[in-house]
Design a protein around this ligand. Structure first.
Ligand code: FES
Ligand SMILES: [Fe+2]
Length: 398
């Protein structure tokens, strides 16, 4: 995939078959999810030696245990005991000096070494050094933990994230703190779910209650292809008429969600790679890290969406909302308002996903009709998926 803008002529007719085919989904599991770096969490959630979390990756049929070792290094392991394969850790997160299997008591260090076998003399010649927990590759970029099914991936995380990583190297993620998280399990293909977050065309209709006066101004977004990744930039309606609660939030902090009056101080603090077109009505950039991680960055906030397929027809979705650390009561009030506004907008986003997938499953509608300007990133995402799967073409004739 090359960088550049979307083509400007003619709709794209994208087949729905990849969204409903169990065979295609099996190919995605093998040729995408087992071959790419996958974002599974933030490093600051496990700051101390022995801290761990479990990431259930149904798409890989795997449970992954991420532990910070006594040496401070993060490692990822299959969450299974080397004796007979019992699940090693059941608690979703915590801290432990050692990890003892509940079946027969084989015990592992926080670096994954097998350190104790009860009645070890009954396992003559058993070499504990060769029976440590089974590794997955793990690397960290700007606090985001990525794992790779292959313990020695051909491509480094850094290369995989190009060119996005270079734009955000050094971004002050540490100034943000988790302020809310939501999740849902929907009867939808993972790509159909993501499609709803790859365009802003839907704001006119889906968000007619939460963001009603976008109708007064054409909603324009910027779309940029970035190799297998991409970026969507959202701009807002400068004629937006704030509701009373919004007006108060905007008065208390210009970083409130959808605030119109950005202060120069705020603009000067903004990360240089954001709002690359330098428009006054910029709201946020959404970096879409292939295959399933969407990173939204706005003034003083970040949203992290993860879309985890479980089957061809089902996806677990998790979103975390982060806001700038602040001790100011005024800013806190504006942030609380922003959190609720964000939650409500996201809830609206979920309203179309399941019925869209159900309609595609009917088999009556063979393709989607996509705008080359408004929905180019959907075409891009499906195209990259097809590239990995080796299943050209995804475009069909109308
Ligand atoms: S399966 Fe873990 S100790 Fe036996
Ligand atoms: Fe939306």
């Amino acid at each position: 995939m090359s960088q550049g803008s979307a083509p400007s002529t003619g709709p794209s007719y994208v087949s729905v078959e990849p969204n409903i085919s169990a065979q295609y989904f099996e190919a995605e599991r093998e040729r995408i999810f087992k071959r790419v770096w996958l974002q599974v969490g933030r490093a600051e959630t496990i700051p101390n030696p022995g801290d761990y979390f479990i990431k259930e990756l149904a798409v890989l049929d795997a449970s992954v245990l991420v532990i910070r070792g006594r040496d401070g290094v993060l490692r990822a392991f299959h969450n299974l005991c080397r004796h007979r394969g019992n699940r090693l850790v059941n608690q979703s997160a915590g801290s432990a000096k050692a990890f003892a299997c509940g079946f027969h008591g084989w015990t592992y260090s926080s670096e994954g070494e097998l350190v104790n076998i009860p009645l070890e003399q009954e396992f003559p010649g058993c070499n504990k050094a060769k029976l440590g927990l089974i590794r997955l590759a793990l690397d960290v970029w700007e606090g985001f933990i990525f794992v790779h099914w292959n313990s020695a991936p051909e491509q480094s995380l850094r290369d995989y994230l190009s060119p996005v990583a270079a734009l955000l190297d050094g971004f002050p993620f540490a100034n943000l703190e988790l302020s809310g998280s939501w999740g849902a399990s929907l009867n939808s293909n993972w790509k159909t779910f993501q499609d709803a977050f790859l365009e802003a065309y839907h704001v006119l209709a889906v968000h007619r209650r939460s963001i009603p006066d976008f109708r007064k101004d054409p909603l324009v977004t910027g779309a940029q292809l970035m190799g297998k990744h991409c970026k969507l930039t959202y701009y807002q309606n400068m004629l937006h008429e704030p509701k009373p609660a919004e007006a108060l939030a905007f008065k208390l902090s210009s970083s409130a969600f959808l605030s119109i009056d950005r202060t120069n101080e705020l603009k000067n603090r903004r990360w240089p790679a954001l709002n690359s077109a330098r428009r006054d009505n910029w709201v946020f950039d959404e970096f879409v890290i292939f295959p399933n991680f969407h990173l939204f960055l706005g003034d003083g906030w970040m949203l992290c969406h993860e879309f985890w397929p479980t089957t061809v027809d089902h996806t677990d979705w998790q979103v975390k909302y982060y806001q700038q650390r602040s001790n100011s009561p005024a800013v806190k009030i504006a942030q609380e308002y922003s959190k609720v506004a964000m939650r409500d907008a996201i809830r609206e986003d979920l309203s179309t996903i399941e019925n869209t997938h159900a309609a595609q499953r009917l088999g009556a509608m063979p393709f989607m009709t996509l705008s080359p300007s408004l929905e180019s990133l959907i075409v891009h995402h499906h195209s990259v998926v097809a590239d990995y799967v080796g299943a050209r073409p995804t475009r069909v004739e109308a």
